[in-house]
Write a protein that binds this ligand. Structure first.
Ligand SMILES: [Zn+2]
Length: 244
């Protein structure tokens, strides 16, 4: 058993028994930590509402041998991000971000991934374009987790997808309009340019990238399919985000 003290983002919180919570955290050094917070639902004083999704906390926990739940001792609130929880649209977009973080656990590059996730959640709290922000998060996060979206050139003829637009027919290849097999999803040239920029601009600048609402929908349909292929299962939260 090892005692740790680390900054962490609350990903998920699940009631257990009458008074406990099973909480999933994401931390820079240890990645995903799943722990049991005893008495968290009975005593409000002990955790002060800090075990809610989107919050950043200073976590004190006893981490056990692989596979076993950690023991959550303290979770002092650093940033509750109530602005995400009180707005349905932001909540939907934020839920997709947290699901991506929990599915594509990145080992080794956790500091950068953690910083990116915090920055994007902070931007989301202030943003008026939450779906654009979510669309910009995808390519960047997927690249860090080893699933970069090949948006530079057609997977068959090598044409610049920025000039042709991109077609997606499943798997990990992206094609131009001429080479694509029957496609599941497609995005226009402007959206290709948007996603390429999102990968390379400074983190704070991600919040200034905007798509029209029609392009946001196309982008998220495409990104959701690509990420689901990479994950080997359909992302659960995408349907919620798409509602708004
Ligand atoms: Zn082609």
């Amino acid at each position: 058993m090892q005692l740790i003290k680390t900054k962490a983002i609350v990903i998920h919180s699940l009631p257990y028994g009458e008074s406990d919570l099973i909480v999933t955290f994401f931390s820079p050094a240890s990645g995903i930590i799943k722990g049991m917070a005893r008495g968290a639902r009975k005593s409000r004083k002990r955790f002060q509402g800090s075990l809610e999704p989107f919050a950043t906390v200073m976590l004190g926990a006893a981490v056990k041998e692989s596979g076993a739940l950690a023991r959550v001792d303290t979770a002092d609130l650093v940033n509750a991000r109530l602005g995400i929880r009180s707005d349905l649209k932001k909540y939907g977009a934020g839920s997709v971000i947290l699901e991506l973080v929990s599915i594509f656990e990145v080992s080794g590059a956790s500091d950068e991934v953690f910083r990116l996730t915090e920055t994007v959640l902070d931007l989301l709290e202030r943003s008026s374009a939450s779906l654009s922000l979510l669309a910009a998060f995808f390519p960047r996060y997927l690249r860090l987790s080893g699933f970069a979206i090949p948006l530079s050139s057609c997977g068959r003829c090598g044409a610049d997808l920025g000039l042709t637009g991109a077609m997606y027919a499943g798997g990990f290849s992206i094609y131009c309009t001429r080479c694509s097999p029957p496609a599941e999803a497609s995005i226009g040239r402007g959206t290709v340019a948007f996603l390429r920029r999102a990968e390379i601009v400074g983190e704070e600048a991600i919040g200034r990238l905007k798509l029209g609402s029609r392009d946001e929908k196309d982008a998220l349909d495409f990104l959701g399919r690509f990420a689901s292929a990479a994950a080997g299962k359909r992302l659960k939260t995408l349907d919620i985000a798409g509602e708004f």
